[in-house]
Design a protein around this ligand. Sequence first.
Ligand code: FAD
Length: 591
Amino acid sequence: MALIELKVPDIGGSENVDIIDVNVKVGDSVAVDDTLITLETDKATMDVPAEQAGVVKEIKVAVGDKISEGGVIVVIEVAAAAESTSAVTAAQTEAAPKTEAAPIPAAANFSGAAEAEYDVVVLGGGPGGYSAAFAAADQGLKTAIIERYATLGGVCLNVGCIPSKALLHNAAVMDEVKHLAANGIKFAEPEIDIDMLRGYKEKVIGKLTTGLAGMAKARKVDVIRGNAQFISANHFEVTETTGTGKDETANKKVVAFKNAIIAAGSRVTQLPFIPQDPRIVDSTGALELKAVPEKMLIIGGGIIGLEMGTVYSTLGARLDVVEMMDGLMQGADRDLVKVWQKMNEYRFDNIMLNTKTVGVEAKEDGIYVTFEGAKAPTEPQRYDLVLVAAGRQPNGLLIGADKAGVAVTERGFINVDKTQRTNVPHIYAIGDIVGQPMLAHKAVHEGHVAAENCAGHKAFFDARVIPGVAYTDPEVAWVGVTEEIAKRDGIKITKSVFPWAASGRAIANGRDEGFTKLIFDAETGLIIGGGIVGTHAGDMIGEICLAIEMGCDAEDIGKTIHPHPTLGESIGMAAEVALGVCTDLPPMRKK
Ligand code: FAD
């Protein structure tokens, strides 16, 4: 048992807010998400839920007090298991950038007529937006999505997750076929028809986006084509767009809403010193796959850059990568990344860590790039293609949010509470626009929470962990507390590793370079994190996510019968390693 202070979370930058109700008393048992106190700002009334379950031992506030973010509400006694849960949550929260202060603007008035009115209007048709809209419609709400492009799906389906994976799949098969030569199966050198490959990618996108359009229709969700701007706290003005892009026509209409869900996503971060040139592309340009360059530079050694680099390298390009930090694929533990790096070294001529790009010049014979830092070559380097993958920035400042009274940070993020509400109670925000990690599965989860709240239910974003995956070859996947986070935050952990060199399936596949690692809270024995490097790691990490959410220990995982022979059983075996009972490895000292 331990005493823990429950504090006021981020409340959109409001300070000295009135407490109008205290909903608990000493001795009460509170569950996660039970309301502790109710606050009232000049804009909204909001319940502050308990982030942890426990028994209330002391109440630090009273009705009529004023409180700000970080103010202590109650002291609760929690069981040991709950303490470890908070280590996971704390680590996850720590991993994301802190929410920044955002001034609250005064909303504009609009007294004109609207062409249509909805219970819920979702701004943006990406994975967050369409999931929210479909969930709202499933709750019986009259719902519309406003999207400026011709298809639903947003970045993920059109120029992100899906097209990149369609190309990566082809690259992975090409690489695998090469490996077969060592087993006595030789194929001739591949002939690459880049137009057909691009066509395949487009077909995949088309299938999914057409499916989404059908699902919207089946749910009677109106899809309004155009560029939306708030004009009040209850109205959007939509300027019609046309063609496949976002070219505007002169047609405008006003759409009214009872609730709005902002799902306007993010865009590529532009580096100011980079000139316009068709040989310099962002991820969207790289996915267009116009040609395979001889020599390619990737600016930014994160997941997006490395995934695209994998595709181009398998198709024949030589790669350089430049990264300001001291390692590629930040966020993942170094032992996982090391395995990927060893397997992929052959793709790179130069991996420039702790190095910055300081100049880019477009010349007739190529793009010349100058670097500064630990691994910077002395002379500018020439490239046929430069991929700028230096991050993405949220679209919060581009939607007229101030007209609705919605606060947006200087960088364009919109702060939300655990119900996904912005500082304006009937306006929610989800996905990339609310913060890191900018991942589709996070956006979808948030979308569902927002939709349920629009329907009058009490829903919270209370997922303990959000997994990250690099779909490189091998794949690298991780979730929850990493060893790096544990070290940084002084979380006491034990770890267990099952090397794939002992996995029958990995050996049979000829891909036994990987390993599966589980991370446990040293005191409670509960799983709080994990990482996998190897083929299909991304498909397997979900089991570790579930184990964390369910509060499993090594025995729960190790005594779950996993099918044999699979890569997935490496998770069960890693748990057996933790218990000292793994019979697929040499004898271990029993713990
Ligand atoms: P978005 O997908 O950005 O959608 C926002 C939508 O809003 C867009 O369609 C936009 O046109 C529309 N919009 C914006 N402003 C307006 C306006 N004013 N009026 C009308 N419409 C507007 N994530 C993963 O989880 N897994 C992956 O493998 C993965 N791979 C990726 C690969 C690449 C190359 C990239 C770039 C991203 C990848 N991501 C991946 C990230 C993922 O795509 C995003 O996290 C996800 O798309 C965010 O969803 P969203 O709904 O918040 O916003």
